[in-house]
Design a protein around this ligand. Sequence first.
Ligand SMILES: Nc1ncnc2c1ncn2[C@@H]1O[C@H](COP(=O)(O)OP(=O)(O)OP(=O)(O)O)[C@@H](O)[C@H]1O
Length: 250
Amino acid sequence: MTAALETVRLGVTYGGNKALDDVSLSISEGELVGLIGPNGAGKTTFIDAITGFTRCSGNVMLEGTDISGDKPHVRARKGLNRTWQGAELYDELTVRENLEVGAANSQAGGGLRKLLTGRGPAPEAVDRALDLLKLRHLADDLPEALPQGRRKMVDVARAFAAGGRVLCLDEPAAGLDSDESLELGRRLRSLVDAGTSLLLVDHDMGLVLSVCDRIYVLDLGRVIAVGTPEEIRSSDAVVKAYLGEEGTAA
Ligand SMILES: Nc1ncnc2c1ncn2[C@@H]1O[C@H](COP(=O)(O)OP(=O)(O)OP(=O)(O)O)[C@@H](O)[C@H]1O
């Protein structure tokens, strides 16, 4: 079966430093894949590379099509979307309007269409995102009035509303308490059940180990382990990579 997303020997070099070295990773349709590793392992660089925000060697395949040469907005329109570490919401806009911006940005001529017709993106995409992330009752609120857990949910919903096939989330659980993180995990699972394939980068090991189908572990730009959460938990290479930095694997 064709993978939803596949990278073939991806490499990124920053001024002589190999931030990614021959990283081959695949995400099946409807799979939730985690990408973890110590600080500086290359996780954000990987998302930057596949979404076109940093130059890389190797290939990026989206549902069997090579998108390696495409600009970021073209990749987004083809169905590969992302969130950003520490991303800000538009605090002057309501939750619904934040999602409408996400949905419009993914459509060719989305902004122009709104300008010419006064109509935004298809409301179904926005409504679906509001429902799956359980934000419908907050649609008319301003994000600044929301607790951090809800703000993160709005950020994920904004990327989901873009309607992509593959969504990459860069540390969506940062700043969340354990209850908020658990709730986020449940919502991510409902996005996958709705047909989206997810790549989850996060330092919250509890979240990653409990919600992911498979996990890749990066260290110093290289994949050092791949497997189910159980396999990753008991991997000596993973424990060693984390011990070297933090003194604990979870
Ligand atoms: N724009 C850049 N220019 C130069 N070096 C960079 C750049 N971005 C990242 N790096 C370097 O690439 C390596 C990988 O960084 P990256 O941010 O991808 O790691 P990470 O696993 O996401 O880390 P963290 O968990 O701390 O966010 C690091 O050595 C980092 O210093």
